[in-house]
Design a protein around this ligand. Structure first.
Ligand code: ZN
Length: 115
């Protein structure tokens, strides 16, 4: 019996990601952490299967353009990776383990939300 809600990964959404976030997705997929859902309308985001591994082989020059926004809300998710150049989309990191709230900020600068 089909679930009333089935997460979808739409290629159009993946194609809409900026080069920086696409690089994050490619890196995550290469380490076995695929995109499991994409959406727009409630923000625009792609959700990875797990908060880790991410940013395993990404260049410092790429990471300099990325920002981490901790969400830490069990009704939503653990956190988000944003691109400073292209604020339209973000990458959502879900909860996967009870100690995920102690996940450090990935070494990224925090997202500035007051600008
Ligand atoms: Zn970007």
């Amino acid at each position: 019996m089909a679930s009333p809600y089935t997460p979808q990964v739409l290629q159009d959404h993946l194609d809409a990601l900026c080069p920086e976030l696409q690089a994050v997705v490619v890196d995550a997929i290469a380490t076995g952490n695929p995109v499991v859902e994409t959406w727009r309308g409630f923000g625009q985001a792609v959700r990875l299967r797990s908060p880790r591994p991410v940013l395993t082989a990404t260049a410092p020059s790429l990471e300099a353009a990325l920002r981490y926004r901790p969400v830490n809300d069990f009704h939503y998710w653990l956190g988000e990776i944003h691109c400073v150049h292209h604020p339209e989309w973000c990458i959502v990191l879900p909860y996967a383990a009870p100690d995920d709230d102690r996940l450090p900020g990935l070494g990224l600068s925090p997202l500035q939300t007051d600008t």
